[in-house]
Design a protein around this ligand. Structure first.
Ligand SMILES: CC(C)(COP(=O)(O)OP(=O)(O)OC[C@H]1O[C@@H](n2cnc3c(N)ncnc32)[C@H](O)[C@@H]1OP(=O)(O)O)[C@@H](O)C(=O)NCCC(=O)NCCS
Length: 139
């Protein structure tokens, strides 16, 4: 069900794991119900095979009023050789909802390290582009 006859894991199966991991990070920040508002373009840089160990590292990059951008880096490890391949990176936006399923504010995030600040700045550019593409003003 999750792989083709050649032993490649389906991209959709990996996307599902990405969404699950990222939503946990968003939920933990918001401590409220969150929904996936968007998943940015995802390039599969290399195949993942049956038997590979998948590593999904997720970080919260940016927080606006009710939305959060989470980045997920996917790596596949061949357990026999220990070789690790970077197979993809994806950016997802989650929105926190209140009891009436309306967008509701989330706690602010202050980037502290240089790495945090770089991620924040890059995420802000992506947010503006994303909202521009769907015809929403970024305020
Ligand atoms: C995501 C959703 C809540 C946005 O609702 P909306 O009425 O458009 O809300 P608003 O225009 O007030 O925007 C609310 C926030 O969502 C962000 N947003 C809205 N659409 C977005 C999109 N397509 N991509 C990224 N962010 C988006 C806005 O930028 C805003 O963020 P901010 O408050 O931090 O500035 C709504 O479209 C929805 O419920 N979608 C279905 C979600 C879902 O079922 N996902 C799959 C299963 S979890």
């Amino acid at each position: 069900m999750d792989a083709n006859v050649a032993g490649n894991v389906f991209g959709g199966t990996i996307l599902r794991l990405i969404d699950e991991v990222a939503s946990i990070v968003a939920f933990r920040h918001a401590r409220k119900n969150v929904v996936t508002a968007s998943i940015d373009r995802m390039d599969f840089l290399g195949s993942v095979f049956i038997g590979d160990l998948l590593r999904l590292n997720a970080s919260i990059n940016y927080v606006h009023r009710t939305s959060m951008e989470i980045g997920v880096r996917v790596e596949a490890e061949n357990p026999l050789t220990g070789q690790v391949r970077h197979t993809g990176t994806c950016f997802l936006t989650y929105v926190a909802l209140d009891k009436n399923r309306q967008p509701t504010p989330v706690p602010p995030l202050t980037p502290e390290t240089e790495e945090d600040k770089r991620r924040w700045a890059e995420a802000e550019v992506r947010r503006n582009l994303r909202l521009q593409q769907i015809g929403k003003a970024s305020n």
